[in-house]
Design a protein around this ligand. Structure first.
Ligand SMILES: Nc1nc2c(ncn2[C@@H]2O[C@H](COP(=O)(O)OP(=O)(O)OP(=O)(O)O)[C@@H](O)[C@H]2O)c(=O)[nH]1
Ligand SMILES: [Mg+2]
Length: 271
């Protein structure tokens, strides 16, 4: 079991190194990368369709790289905006890695691109561990997924620079409890900004684009290269994260970060 953990940590350490290089490279090319994470179907592509169109409307050159296990459906949808779009087929892999990104960014996107949106594979577990050299990590959750998802997926939500609640147009029909959701987010990522969006009504899309452009313009700090390192420090044999001082040889049933009895945000890094 220890050997499995060692191998996994080595993979993450290698990814961290590549991501750091990629971040510098993208900075040098004047490109701000935005990593979009969510479970399948939360509305990443729908939101990106609008973001690309509105970026074009504001004269901001933007591109999108979208990852999928098996289809090119999302690239087809995004290409309708007229923006440069690339589909990455992961061939069954549940996340994107910095090495794959680097391969796809040779000579692409075109010179002058300012924002590169990266739609990760729909999954709230695997992609959270992999830094892609992004300047901003946005984690989405839709109103039909359950208010407790942030505490159930503390790594994904805890490492977000920005949380998006999507499909707010159907929040009423879904009986969504906004207070419970806000509390759940606050427990794993205190103080993180939460934007409400709807790809149907357009709610929140301009606000989200504003946040992205603020990072581009340097008026908001870039994301620190933290994901892999944090996870290496806190990952256990059974795949959960724990506070730094947590005993490694414990029995499993106990409070996890963000779980019952845990300190708010315990074990998760500052943004
Ligand atoms: N009502 C409503 N439906 C939405 C909204 N955004 C997306 N949808 C619908 O939700 C479904 C999934 O949307 P996608 O944009 O494909 O979601 P995704 O996160 O890109 O999915 P994967 O790439 O498979 O992970 C589609 O049927 C969309 O039309 C929204 O804001 N409101
Ligand atoms: Mg999609």
């Amino acid at each position: 079991m220890c050997r499995v953990v060692d191998v996994r940590q080595a993979v993450l350490a290698r990814n961290d190194g590549l991501a750091a290089g990629l971040r510098r490279e993208l900075d040098g090319r004047g490109i701000t990368a935005v990593n979009l994470l969510s479970s399948p179907g939360s509305g990443k592509t729908a939101l990106l369709e609008l973001l690309l169109a509105r970026a074009a409307g504001r004269g901001v050159p933007a591109a999108a790289l979208t990852a999928d296990l098996a289809t090119e459906n999302d690239a087809r949808r995004l290409a309708r905006s007229g923006a440069p779009v690339k589909q990455v087929l992961t061939g069954g892999l549940c996340h994107l890695e910095a090495a794959q990104m680097r391969g796809h960014l040779e000579g692409w996107p075109p010179e002058g691109t300012r924002v590169l949106f990266v739609e990760n594979v729909g999954n709230l577990v695997c992609p959270a561990a992999y830094d892609l050299g992004e300047a901003l990590r946005v984690v989405l959750m839709s109103v039909t997924e359950g208010e407790d998802k942030p505490v159930k997926y503390p790594t994904a939500f805890g490492l977000a620079n920005l949380v998006v609640l999507s499909k707010t147009d159907i929040g009423g029909a879904a009986g969504f409890d906004g207070d419970a959701f806000a509390e759940s987010v606050e427990r794993v990522n205190p103080g993180v900004e939460v934007l409400h969006t709807s790809a149907r009504t357009g709610q929140g899309v301009d606000a989200l684009l504003d946040r992205v452009l603020a990072v581009c313009e340097g008026s908001r700090p870039h994301r620190p290269p933290l994901a892999g390192r944090h996870l290496r420090e806190h990952r256990h044999e059974h795949g959960h994260e724990h506070p730094r001082d947590h005993p490694r040889d414990h029995e499993h049933p106990h409070a996890h970060p963000g779980g019952p009895g845990a300190l708010p945000g315990a074990g998760l890094p500052a943004r």
